[in-house]
Design a protein around this ligand. Structure first.
Ligand SMILES: Cc1cc2nc3c(=O)[nH]c(=O)nc-3n(C[C@H](O)[C@H](O)[C@H](O)COP(=O)(O)OP(=O)(O)OC[C@H]3O[C@@H](n4cnc5c(N)ncnc54)[C@H](O)[C@@H]3O)c2cc1C
Length: 394
């Protein structure tokens, strides 16, 4: 195995490094994820990235992307993580990662012209209306109805856990259009303007105190029929083949490694006095060593995905195994960190006694959702068991 970059890749890495070094506002560097509190810097960094096509690195150039190869994206994501600049997924958001690519693949020319520029410039936020109160893992059971009425569709129903719905201009929404068809065959994909009469967004506050997701209600919401994406009743197949811009997960593997390094440095600096008596506790020392080894495993799993993609293969159960391992590792790292910091670990940002800039408290609480969002632990295990290990279905 030779993990070194080729001379061209190394040159590109230096270009990314230099750009972040000179252009990325310092307030956004350093990790921790809470970029939205520096809205001005966030918008200015976003504009600079857009200028280079680096908000949507994988997209074709004619749509404002950078048409980066798989390896270039890998180098770009890795260097961004190493420099502790906001991960590309935080800058482009779901609009770039999932929803824009769906429109690029399945939308007609008019839809592309109407929606893509706003996604890239960052002016239009998008949200993903998939989950419902009774439909999460078993998404194909969703009940929100869209009924054709002349030149419109009329939508009734409810979505839940909709990330950033309160800041979004549009929702890409899955609705049932044929209730009599088998459940996968009666679903369609719609663009719903969030300011349509009859749309109500109610906040859901997560246990870390953040307003990320929402409930969204539709009461006789009328949208033009031209907002249907692709063919009617083919929405399910489009949703499952939606492209993903960052499948390698390398950004989070590098970030995990940095988080553990931060904890190790903290333990060294405090040597059992001051903020953490636990820093010299043998159990914590062993845990820190285990976490560091695990971040290397996480890195190797990411390398496996990138190697597959580079060879033109599409990771399947391999991506599930990586997601599962990485998200559980996030929780273990946060757990070890909270133990290491003892009572101080509970202090959030803003306290004058906060260790590690108060990151751990947020990380610990937020990481609970990691094994739910984007497909739960059990669903990933089912995929690994049936597709990876070829075990029989129940
Ligand atoms: C932070 C966060 C952000 C999110 N953002 C969005 C968003 O923007 N848009 C959106 O549409 N959704 C979003 N979601 C919703 C997310 O996709 C769902 O929560 C997830 O798919 C699980 O669905 P559920 O909550 O209905 O749980 P359920 O599917 O009801 O699962 C409940 C439990 O049963 C287990 N289970 C279910 N089926 C099986 C099975 N076949 N085998 C074994 N165990 C099973 C699950 O693993 C889980 O432990 C978000 C969720 C979170 C936590």
């Amino acid at each position: 195995m030779d993990f070194r970059l080729t001379p061209e890749e190394e040159k590109f890495r230096q270009e990314v490094h230099q750009f972040i070094e000179t252009e990325c506002p310092p307030s956004l560097r350093g990790g921790g994820g809470n970029f939205f509190s520096n809205a001005g810097d966030y918008i200015s960094w976003r504009k600079k990235l857009a200028g280079k096509g680096w908000i949507a690195p994988a997209w074709p150039k004619e749509y404002g992307g950078a048409a980066m190869t798989v390896m270039e994206q890998f180098v770009y994501n890795m260097e961004t993580a190493r420099m502790r600049a906001p991960a590309p997924i935080y800058i482009g958001g779901l609009g770039v990662a999932v929803l824009g690519p769906t429109i690029l693949v399945y939308g007609n020319e008019e839809q592309k012209q109407e929606y893509i520029p706003g996604i890239l410039s960052g002016e239009d936020m998008w949200c993903q209306g998939f989950s419902e109160p009774e439909s999460g893992s078993d998404l194909a059971s969703l009940k929100t109805r869209a009924v054709r009425d002349g030149d419109d569709y009329v939508i009734n129903g409810q979505k839940i856990w909709t990330t950033l719905a309160h800041m979004s201009k549009y929702m890409l929404c899955l609705c049932r259009t044929d209730p009599d068809a088998p459940k996968h065959k009666g679903i369609s994909y719609f663009v719903v303007p969030m300011n349509s009469p009859g749309v109500t967004v109610r906040p859901l506050i997560n246990m870390a105190g953040g307003h990320e997701f929402n409930e969204v209600f539709f009461e006789d919401v009328r949208i033009p029929a031209k907002n249907l994406l692709g063919e009617e009743n083919r929405g399910w197949y489009m949703a499952v083949t939606t492209l993903d811009i960052e499948r390698s997960n390398i950004g989070s593997a590098v970030g995990q490694n940095q988080s553990v390094e931060d904890l190790i440095n903290f333990a060294k600096e405090h040597k059992g006095n001051g903020q953490s008596e636990l820093a010299v506790n043998p159990k914590i020392r062993t845990e820190l060593a285990e976490r560091l080894i695990e971040t290397e495993c996480s890195m190797m799993l990411s390398y496996r995905l990138i190697t597959m993609q580079n060879r033109g293969l599409i990771p399947n159960y391999e991506a599930s195994a990586t997601k599962l391992y990485s998200m559980e590792l996030n929780q273990r790292i946060a757990n070890t960190g909270i133990k290491l910091l003892g009572m101080y670990g509970q202090l959030g940002r803003g306290s004058k006694y906060e260790p590690l800039k108060g990151r751990l408290q947020y990380q610990y609480l937020r990481s609970v959702a990691n094994t739910i969002e984007g497909g739960t632990t059990e669903i990933q295990k089912n995929i690994v068991a049936t597709r990876g290990l070829d075990l029989p279905r129940e």
